[in-house]
Ligand binder design. Structure first.
Ligand code: GLC
Length: 387
């Protein structure tokens, strides 16, 4: 068989190896897949890709790329064109947002394996009604402070995860990074922006430990699973792991939509997700496509939902009774998906992300006040998007 390597984002749930095993045992394509797990955060994976692809290396054939990267990868010539391989009639079966994220200058440059959306996890044995606002979340965390070390666990480390957490709070307060009608106008330094960042800063050292400024998703998940947190912001993957054997909170938590604040009226989740692209330097593009086709097929997409509580790209999985029974999180996702928002869209996204990460982190670590951080962020972002 032709052996290909699949480089993925970090997966500690056993879902990706199960998918690969199944394919290797049952496929008739004469292709054998080897799985390479990725580093524990998205920003480190981007560094790995940058180094490998700038050297035009083919150490992996299929690569999982974060939903915010396709434009950059395609414009660098790092991805193979999938437009003619993947018929439009089949694409229509997948969620529209993820497909759009795989489209660059009218071409399909990747295929969506799964989407992602931020959700609020809460302990049902501590809190009977989940909070709709950040204000209520804070007061519940404070009044139950004796029941867990951490009131609220979220991604405060300086990396891509912080951008997701920030845009969620910002949108919950009615603010935005870019003008929704004109992506050349930066709007982050607004009264809503100041309120949102001030709110996040107020959590550090109170309902969240000072060390929250070093937490990524996995650090949050481990604290939550260990029974050490009342609330957690995380992606759906933490649901399956939180209910697995060995978790101290199995059966003792649920999810809710992200809170809102100020004059906001509804919470917004950041849209995440992972797309499968063929490395433009791969010597095995056809074998790579066979694997992608399998991973996007109904059996594999259902397996992603059932094993990992991943939110797949194939629409039909969401209403599958078996999936809803085995991972009840799927019965709560429809309204959350409806209000979910993408991060700012840009072909220089990594630069934009770096600016946001740096200034939000400076406010959280009290190197800058929220107003100064936002004013510096506004100036640098405006210079970037005006280029
Ligand atoms: C998740 C999301 C991804 C996001 C990352 C940030 O993996 O799917 O889109 O960039 O988290 O940490």
């Amino acid at each position: 068989p032709t052996t290909i390597v699949w480089q993925t984002e970090n997966d500690n749930s056993g879902t990706y190896p199960a998918l690969v095993d199944n394919y290797n045992k049952t496929n008739k394509d004469n292709v054998h897949v080897i799985w390479h797990n990725g580093p524990s955060d998205s920003t480190s994976l981007l560094t790995l890709y940058d180094n490998t692809l700038r050297a035009r290396s083919s150490t992996f054939d299929v690569m999982q790329i974060d939903v915010i990267w396709p434009a950059e990868f395609a414009s660098n010539g790092w991805t193979a064109d999938l437009t003619s391989k993947w018929p439009a009639s089949d694409r229509a079966n997948y969620l529209q947002g993820p497909i759009l994220s795989c489209t660059y200058q009218g071409k399909i440059v990747a295929a969506p394996l799964r989407t992602d959306l931020g959700v609020l996890y809460y302990r049902t044995d501590i809190v009977s009604t989940p909070p709709n606002t950040f204000e209520t979340l804070t007061s519940l965390a404070k009044s139950n402070a004796s029941k867990a070390k951490i009131g609220y666990a979220w991604q405060g480390s300086q990396y891509e995860g912080l951008v997701c957490d920030f845009v969620e709070v910002l949108a919950g307060y009615g603010g935005s990074v870019l003008d929704p009608n004109n992506s050349k106008t930066v709007t982050v330094n607004s009264p809503q922006g100041v309120q949102a960042l001030t709110e996040m800063v107020s959590w550090v050292g109170t309902i969240s430990p000072t060390s929250i400024t070093t937490f990524n998703e996995e650090a949050c998940r481990q604290a939550f699973q260990n029974g050490d947190a009342i609330f957690m912001r995380n992606w759906p993957y933490a649901y399956s792991l939180g209910n697995a054997a060995g978790s101290k909170v199995a059966g003792k938590f649920d999810i809710h939509s992200m809170p809102y604040g100020g004059s906001g009226t509804v919470g917004h989740s950041a849209i995440g997700g992972w797309n499968m692209a063929i490395n433009a330097f791969s010597k095995n593009p056809d074998a790579s496509w066979s694997w992608i086709k399998y991973a996007l097929g109904p059996a594999a997409q259902k397996q992603l939902a059932i094993i990992g509580s991943f939110t797949p790209a194939l629409k039909s999985v969401y209403n599958d009774a078996d999936v809803q029974a085995k991972q009840p999180l799927f019965t709560k996702l429809a309204p959350i998906l409806q209000n979910a928002l993408p991060r700012p869209v840009s072909a220089v996204y990594p630069d934009l992300s770096n600016i946001i990460q740096t200034h939000v982190h400076q406010a959280l670590t009290k190197v800058a006040t929220p107003s100064d951080a936002l004013s510096a962020m506004q100036t640098q972002l405006q210079a970037l998007v005006s280029k």
